[in-house]
Design a protein around this ligand. Structure first.
Ligand SMILES: [Zn+2]
Length: 446
């Protein structure tokens, strides 16, 4: 039975593979040329300082993002994209009209303009280390800053690849200018080769992903799209299929501390600082973030504040499944109840929960993932499903009715001075986008 199922599966795959046009033959794809184009674009985009700022009240949070947005809009017009617009909030939106009459879903490809606050994005000077031979890559001799196979294990698969780093003073900004360079080159290829068969495609470059405010300003209804892919991932073949559920908790403990220690024993004394400390200690250490990995969730206290007779313990629970979220919430509740019983003279205590964001897995149709995985296999790339231990723009979009998966973009060690881009992995991502766009042709069901 299993063999018959496998046979059917193979037949289906080969039929769908046969039905898909060979875009590489149509455009006479040249891998070396693609790498040169990706490198040129990437080296230019990283020179824009687009660091976002969580202290800003505006969207985009910084002016540098608008400067890159304008440059990208100009380039999109030059390569022939339709309805190119930049919004006041810093989005670049453009269209690539369909070249097929077959019913095909409208796809959106997104990347973000901003870079992390972790390190400066000013005066980024990219350096290209062509054809990596193995061993260490020196980023900055004086600072003794090197990429090694120990701090960057993905280098073990990068022999012969072109690697781009900064000079150790700034971020490189591969997160997410690698994604922007890939999407721009993808757009360039589709607009320059009208014989490649694909459905309607939209391009979106968004601001302030790193500070989690940008994507909320996107008008999803106006996009009128069916599915989306962010190009904001890491290693070869990686596709993000889920993100954490996040729940915030606040435990408030009221006490009576304004009694001199000398009289505390016989007075109506109760110590809210001790209660906060008890509560924190009662939360299990093996469920803390530094002691969990993979798909195991955690409980994390991020602040304890005290003002006179009131202490507040605030934290997060993160879990991939609703069951685990329930389990961890119960652990927090138990620790809270035990704290109250350990401190019977407390002057009132309250525990509240608030849901923040949800795992998008439940709202992303299987085809969105499978189409990208089929495209990778077609390009001889082994797909690898990833569960992100945090929130993503894709998660936010998915819950706004635009199911979104995240594809690899060839960026590594992001948010650090060791950040690098692997141009060969970027090139594999570009081919994945091309094959994904072609793979969806004729797949619109309604
Ligand atoms: Zn990113």
């Amino acid at each position: 039975m299993k063999n018959i199922a496998t046979l059917f599966c193979c037949l289906f795959l080969s039929v769908s593979a046969m039905a898909q046009q060979n875009w590489k033959a149509v455009m006479r794809y040249d891998k070396q040329l693609a790498k040169e184009q990706l490198t040129k674009r990437f080296m230019e985009y990283v020179t824009y300082d687009t660091q976002s700022s969580s202290h800003s009240q505006t969207t985009p949070s910084t002016k540098g993002q608008l400067a890159l947005a304008k440059a990208l809009a100009k380039e999109l017009k030059r390569i022939g994209a339709s309805n190119v617009q930049t919004t006041k909030t810093g989005f670049v939106i453009a269209e690539i009209p369909a070249t097929t009459a077959k019913p095909t879903p409208t796809l959106v490809f997104l990347a973000h303009l901003d870079t992390s606050e972790a390190l400066s994005g000013q005066n980024v000077k990219p350096q290209l280390h062509a054809k990596y031979k193995g061993g260490d890559i020196i980023i900055n001799k004086e600072k003794n800053l090197c990429l090694t196979e120990y701090n960057s294990p993905q280098l073990l698969q990068a022999r012969g690849h072109d690697i781009i780093t900064a000079y150790g003073e700034t971020l490189l900004g591969a997160d997410d200018k690698a994604g922007i360079a890939i999407i721009m080159t993808f757009a360039d290829y589709l607009l320059g080769n009208l014989n490649i068969e694909h459905g309607p495609i939209k391009i979106v470059f968004s601001p302030d992903e790193e500070i989690r405010t940008g994507i909320k300003a996107l008008d999803i209804d106006a996009l009128q799209a069916d599915y989306a892919y962010t190009v904001d991932g890491g290693g070869l073949g990686e596709i993000v299929v889920e993100n954490f559920n996040s729940r915030r908790f606040n435990a408030v403990f009221n006490g009576m501390r304004s009694v001199h220690g000398e009289y505390a024993m016989n007075a109506d004394f109760s110590d809210n600082v001790l209660m906060a400390s008890d509560f924190h200690t009662l939360l299990p250490r093996h469920r803390r973030p530094e002691n969990t990995s993979g798909t195991r969730g955690y409980i994390y206290v991020h602040s304890i504040t005290t003002e006179d007779d009131r202490s507040v313990v605030s934290g997060n629970i993160r879990a991939f499944t609703d069951e685990e979220m329930q389990e961890l919430s119960q652990i927090v509740t138990q620790a809270f109840n035990t704290t109250k019983s350990l401190n019977p003279k407390n002057k009132g205590a309250e525990l509240t929960f608030q849901d923040e964001y949800k795992n998008a897995k439940a709202v992303i149709p299987a085809e969105v993932i499978e189409m990208a995985e089929n495209a990778m296999r077609q390009e001889e790339i082994q797909p690898k499903r990833i569960s992100v231990r945090g929130g993503t723009d894709g998660g936010i979009l998915s819950f706004k009715n635009l199911p979104t998966a995240d594809l690899f973009a060839g960026m590594f060690n992001t948010h650090s001075a060791l950040e690098y881009a692997d141009v060969d992995v970027m090139e594999a991502s570009l081919r994945t986008l091309m094959s994904t766009a072609c793979g969806w042709v004729g797949q619109k069901t309604e």
